[in-house]
Design a protein. Structure first.
Length: 409
């Protein structure tokens, strides 16, 4: 059946005299290109491989060829049809490139090389990133049309290490015993909305309201990225804006620069982990003192009594130098973030106090695809796949292809 369809498709594609546009046609720069000859090209489609005749023009000013039909069919510089490339991007973004190649062969009967899946997936990710860059420029210029008004707009930010090839970490310090970095931090952000709480007063994330952006880049660059997404999602018309994070300084730097006036909240469960970690090194795990001390501190934290927590930490006065350093760091952590830990007040407002959605995003969008055993990425390759996966997880995959179709039609 596929072969019959392929034969019919080939006849249809060759029914227009190869896209002949006369003896001359304009190149991409507006110069006149002269017709030279017809050239044949084999293209792999979802039905079969087909041969396409195309009129070839040459521009002497640009010193390059022009093939109008390739632009019309969206096969410039590739031997894969848009449909096949879409499937390759789907499997390449979902699983390893090798497994993606197997899935294409088994599920669609499409036989390609693993390297082809990699190249096409990363190329699509690059195109998604280009579209995102255009959106960022529009947002920064104030010309981007945003979503309708929303009561509560949340921004949750986090980072996770991605294993990279050695050249990507030259001159960078790492946590490895050798002092050499083995990973680069991928920053991930999500934007979601909330319009109501449940019967018990707990906040409910609006269904299908979560979108993601991410990349291995500086905090300054990422700040512009998450700001543009927030503008697209209705930042300027949100009644309240909330920034959720784990306490990393770069997160609050972005919040201060791009979201002044937003409510800043340190993830409650991350703050609890700080107390649990300190309790382990101060008291014997499982002892009555350990249980009582930790339970009391968590109760104070949940009530937003950060000063009480900090006072209790100061009273520890450990003699061991290492324990003292850890205690001092914990005191600084709670003191510096005390305004972001008013959990009782946040709960009274019906707000989220946990950033589980972005932690899950780090695991699903980045971890499940880029942090598998034996994987080592270039920054460019990793960013392309992150862009592709963010696009899919944000429900914008179809929109991306529709936009591409509009540009080539």
């Amino acid at each position: 059946m596929h072969q019959i369809g392929g034969v019919l498709l080939e006849k249809l594609l060759n029914s227009d005299e190869g896209g002949y546009a006369g003896t001359r046609t304009k190149c991409g720069q507006g110069h006149l290109a002269e017709f030279v000859e017809y050239r044949r090209k084999e293209v792999l489609t979802v039905l079969s491989r087909v041969a396409v005749q195309r009129a070839y023009y040459y521009c002497s000013v640009c010193a390059g060829g022009v093939i109008p039909k390739d632009q019309e069919l969206d096969i410039v510089g590739t031997c894969f049809s848009p449909g096949v490339r879409r499937l390759m991007g789907h499997v390449g973004g979902k699983d390893s490139f090798a497994e993606g190649r197997k899935d294409l062969e088994e599920l669609a009967g499409i036989m390609v090389k693993t390297k082809s899946v990699e190249r096409v997936s990363e190329a699509l990710g690059g195109q998604i990133e280009c579209s995102s860059q255009q959106e960022r420029e529009l947002a920064l210029s104030g010309k981007l049309v945003s979503f309708p008004p929303v009561p509560l707009l949340y921004l949750a930010l986090d980072g996770t290490g991605v294993p990279v090839v050695s050249r990507e970490t030259e001159g960078r310090q790492g946590k490895d015993p050798t002092g050499k970095a083995k990973t680069r931090e991928a920053k991930l952000g999500c934007v979601f909305t909330q319009t109501k709480v449940d019967e018990e007063g707990y906040p409910l994330r609006d269904p299908e309201s979560t979108t993601y952006v991410g990349a291995i880049e500086t905090a300054e660059e990422f700040g512009r990225r998450i700001y543009a997404e927030a503008v697209r999602r209705g930042l300027t018309r949100a009644l309240k804006v909330i920034v959720l994070g784990d306490g990393a300084p770069w997160i609050w730097g972005i919040a201060e620069e791009h979201f002044p006036g937003a409510i800043q909240i340190v993830d409650l469960y991350h703050a609890r982990e700080h107390l649990a970690t300190l309790a382990k090194i101060v008291y014997e795990v499982g002892s009555l003192r350990w249980k009582q001390w930790l339970a009391t501190r968590v109760e104070e934290l949940d009530a937003g009594q950060v000063e009480a927590v900090a006072l209790s930490l100061r009273r520890l006065r450990p003699q061991d130098r290492t324990v003292k350093d850890q205690t001092d760091k914990a005191i600084d952590y709670f003191q510096n973030n005390r305004q972001r830990m008013r959990y009782a007040d946040f709960r009274r407002q019906g707000l989220f106090v946990g950033s589980g959605v972005i932690e899950a995003g780090c695991k699903t969008i980045i971890g499940q695809r880029l942090k598998r055993s034996g994987m080592h990425w270039t920054v460019r390759g990793a960013n392309a796949i992150i862009a592709l996966r963010c696009c899919r997880m944000s429900g914008r995959w179809e929109e991306f292809w529709e936009t591409r179709s509009a540009r080539t039609s």
